[in-house]
Every structure is written in structure tokens, then in C-alpha cells.
Design a protein around this ligand. Structure first.
Ligand SMILES: [Zn+2]
Length: 480
């Protein structure tokens, strides 16, 4: 059905970096978040809870990062359940949900190998289905970082669309937010919605007063063609956390009346009625929060103050370690006639606690193996979870190696190494420490090797739930 007015979609990217102790899964007290015990609690009070109460999650398009969704489900179940219910209600009303999946560990996908892209996307889809009870149609690319291989992966996984920013796309963008078709190999294609960067940045950085938002939107949209789509996409925390009156702004913006010049919709719903009319090409290795060809997460760039060379050194250390972990893992699985990477993709069911580890192995006809052999395989699979978590984008996003985010990446590496060591006896620590000694904190002058030693000294070694003895870490924190 065609609309007589132009349409507006607001997309919120709701996400928090991992904040739990990677060894125990417990959440630390964060004094900077006072009077709340930690930042998740504070941003919930300012943003997630009031937006849920206002019904905003039932009118916008959004993605909810796994780290945040997990915390909300546990600590603020009423807010979490309201969001899930809003998606169900939306799907019942319009035949399609308004949520989008997210690459599960918020990895910068163009910097990842193909099989890791696939794992991130498939685990993200599985997590979405687990939470919302339906398949997603689109996926949020962390930091909107894109290359063709990422889009191939998304299309191969059966998803229909992603969101990009105008500067990441080449072509005729006269159809507003689109969707636009991007051609891929093997006759595949993917749809891209292009956000209105000016309007998105206006809300992000100059949030207007609630009473002025509809006049602003009317002025923005009045001249645009009937039935065309305009997309505002920004961090969800813009509405309430970064700007305290943002919750009311979002409510006003998404509840236009008869007298207003526009109506609201969401992406999957709009796409059902509006297939792409023209094609565009993407600009590879671009992202919405760094104009330096992914330098922010790869080599260091002017996006963060001071010397960012530690970013390249940390990434090299993690890449080298991942390579070694993968070799050990793949060899062990092939010895059992298992396809290592599709098995890893499937392991998300254990991570989501849909099946137990032993049950999972028995599905692959490994139930006859000794307890010891089963534990080794499960340790190697579990090591892959932590090895995926090492690459969370937040580790590279800020200015200093000493921050909590890079430490989290290194701690995840420690967990992965401990599991590998327990499974096979391989000790990967020495090479990792040598690589990390090249990464130097611009703030303190300490190296990544010193930080590694500190983390290992303080790591909470514990009996694993499988009872496999000393030297193995708890598995309590390994949900995506
Ligand atoms: Zn940059």
C-alpha cells in the first residue's frame, strides 16, 4: 500500500561494551557511573527503561547488542520483556518484526577472516531468534564497517538488508534511504538502506527540544516525495542518555498526527512494499565513526588523541594468537572427521544453552568418546568463543591500551589460551606475550605484555562446571 506522505524510519543502535569480569561473568562496580552501581544500570535508567515505557521500541527499528541484551534480561527483566513484547506485537500487526540482528561480538567485520565473519553473522542471527522468537531480516554491521565479503556473508546467511551511511556508497542516491541493490558474486545481491547523515547527526549532536521536533521533521520531509523513505540511524543511547530529553523527542518524532507531513515505518516493513529500484556500489573498508579506512581499529588514526600505534600491535598479537588457536582447533576436529568451521557455527546452540555440551557432541556421533576426550573437544570449542570475543571493536575504539576495553580483549585471550592448554597441553602464552610487548600504552608507557602478566596474576582460575580440574576457567561468562 502506497503512502500519500513521505515516510520516516528511526533506527537505534543499542549497545554497551562488555562490562563483566571475563573470568567470572560478574559485573564490576563502576564508581564513574554513580549513583548507579555500573554504567549498564545508569544508561538503563536514563535511556532503555524510559524508552521502553514510552513504547518507543514498538515504533522504531533497532538492534540490541548481545552484551546489553544479556545484562538486561538478567537485571532489568521488565524492561527487557517489554522490548521483546513490542517486537512480537509489531510482527503480529505488520507481518514482519522491527528488530535487526547484530554481528554477535561487535567485531569490525572487514578486519576479520571470512570464516569469522560467517561465525559473527550466524551467531548474531541465532541470538536474535533466541531472544525474539523470529528470524531477523536485516543485520547491524558494527560501526557500519563494510566490505564486499561482509555483504556476501550476510546474503549467504539469508538476510536481506543492512544500513550504511551515504559516504559509504557510490551511485545515484536520489531514492532517499532506498533500499538500493548491491550486486554480489554468484548472482547474489543485498539491499542497503542509506541513512540521512545530516538528520542523524543533528539528533546525535544538537538534540532539539521535544516541542520543536515535529516542526523540524515536517520541514525536513515536506519536500520529499510521497511514499519515499528517510532514515535516521544513530546510537540508541542518544535518546535519553546522551540527551536527557531525548526519550520525549523520540516519542514525539515517532507519533506524527494527521496534520504532520510524514508517517513512520520500519525497514523490513518498508522493504516488503518497496523493492530496490536502482543499484549502488559500496566503498570498502569504511565505517560511520572513522573516515580513515578503518584506521581507528586497525592501525591508529587521528580519531583518537595521542599515539595509536598500540592498536596495530594489539591487533597483530590477537591475530597471531587466533591463528594458532585455530590451527590446534581445526586439527583436533578433523582428526574426529568433523568440519571445524561449520561445527563452530553450530556451537552457538551450546553457547545459548539450548543444548548441553555432551548432548551437542552426541549429535555428531561423539557420545562414545571417553569423558576426557569429550572434555578436550568442548574446551577447544569453548576457546573459540573467547577467541571471537577478543576482537570486540571497543578494544580498539578509544585512545589507550590501559583502558578496560583492551584489557577485556587480552583477558578473553587468556581464557582462550587456558582452555587450549587444558585440552591439548599447548602453551601459547609466550608468543602472545612477545607480540604484546610491542604494544605500548601512550598514557603510562606500559606494554601489553605487562598488562597480560597483571591479568594472568589476577585471573580467577576456578573449577569448571564440567569438573575438569585446575587450570581451567569458569564457563559462566561464555554466552555471546
Ligand atoms: Zn579514524
Amino acid at each position: 500500500m502506497k503512502s500519500a506522505k513521505p515516510l520516516l524510519c528511526v533506527h537505534g543502535h543499542f549497545y554497551q561494551p562488555p562490562r563483566e569480569d571475563p573470568f567470572t561473568g560478574t559485573y564490576r562496580c563502576e564508581p564513574s557511573a554513580a549513583p548507579f552501581p555500573n554504567w549498564n544500570a545508569r544508561v538503563t535508567a536514563e535511556c532503555y527503561a524510559p524508552n521502553a515505557s514510552a513504547g518507543n521500541f514498538g515504533r522504531i527499528s533497532f538492534n540490541l547488542g548481545g552484551t546489553l541484551a544479556r545484562w538486561m534480561a538478567e537485571h532489568v527483566p521488565e524492561t527487557y520483556q517489554r522490548i521483546v513484547a513490542d517486537v512480537s506485537h509489531y510482527a503480529a500487526q505488520y507481518g514482519v518484526g522491527n528488530g535487526m540482528a547484530q554481528a554477535v561480538h561487535h567485531t569490525i567485520l572487514p578486519l576479520a577472516r571470512g570464516r569469522d565473519k560467517r561465525c559473527q553473522v550466524r551467531w548474531g542471527i541465532a541470538s536474535y531468534i533466541h531472544r525474539f522468537g523470529m528470524r531477523p531480516e536485516g543485520i547491524w554491521l558494527p560501526e557500519m564497517a563494510v566490505d564486499y565479503e561482509t555483504l556476501e556473508t550476510v546474503a549467504e546467511a539469508g538476510l536481506a538488508f543492512v544500513i550504511l551511511s551515504g559516504e559509504q556508497v557510490h551511485g545515484d542516491l536520489s531514492y532517499g534511504a532506498g533500499p538500493y541493490l548491491v550486486r554480489l558474486s554468484h548472482g547474489r545481491s543485498i539491499n542497503v538502506f542509506v541513512r540521512d547523515r545530516g538528520a542523524s547527526d543533528y539528533l546525535s549532536f544538537n538534540m532539539p527540544a521535544p516541542e520543536t521536533i515535529r516542526p523540524w521533521a515536517n520541514a525536513l520531509l515536506a519536500g520529499r516525495p510521497a511514499d519515499s523513505l528517510t532514515l535516521i540511524a544513530t546510537d540508541g543511547e542518544t535518546f535519553g542518555h546522551h540527551h536527557c530529553h531525548g526519550v520525549r523527542v523520540l516519542e514525539e518524532l515517532t507519533t506524527p498526527g494527521e496534520a504532520d507531513a510524514y508517517e513512520v515505518t520500519t525497514l523490513a516493513r518498508y522493504m516488503r512494499q518497496h523493492p530496490p529500484r536502482t543499484e549502488v556500489e559500496i566503498v570498502e573498508n569504511t565505517a560511520w565513526s572513522c573516515p580513515h579506512r578503518l584506521g581507528r581499529w586497525a592501525t591508529g588514526c587521528q580519531c583518537t588523541p595521542g599515539c595509536g600505534q598500540w592498536k596495530g600491535a594489539l591487533r597483530r598479537a590477537l591475530d597471531n594468537l587466533a591463528h594458532e588457536i585455530d590451527e590446534i582447533y581445526a586439527e583436533a576436529m578433523r582428526r574426529r572427521n568433523l568440519a571445524p568451521w561449520s561445527l563452530r557455527d553450530e556451537y552457538v546452540r551450546v553457547v545459548l544453552r539450548q543444548v548441553g555440551g555432551a548432548e551437542f557432541l552426541s549429535e555428531y556421533y561423539l557420545g562414545h568418546l571417553s569423558t576426557q576426550a569429550q572434555r578436550s573437544l568442548l574446551d577447544l570449542l569453548e576457546a573459540q568463543v573467547h577467541r571471537q570475543r577478543m576482537f570486540v571493536s571497543c578494544a580498539f575504539f578509544f585512545e589507550d591500551l590501559e583502558r578496560i576495553e583492551p584489557r577485556y580483549a587480552i583477558a578473553s585471550a587468556v581464557q582462550a589460551m587456558a582452555l587450549v592448554s587444558h585440552a591439548t597441553g599447548d602453551n601459547l602464552t609466550r608468543a602472545f606475550r612477545r607480540d604484546l610487548s610491542i604494544a605500548v600504552s601512550p598514557g603510562t608507557g606500559r606494554t601489553g605484555a605487562q598488562i597480560l602478566d597483571e591479568i594472568m596474576a589476577g585471573a580467577n582460575f576456578a573449577e569448571s562446571p564440567l569438573g575438569n580440574g585446575k587450570g581451567s576457567f569458569q564457563r559462566s561468562s561464555t554466552r555471546p
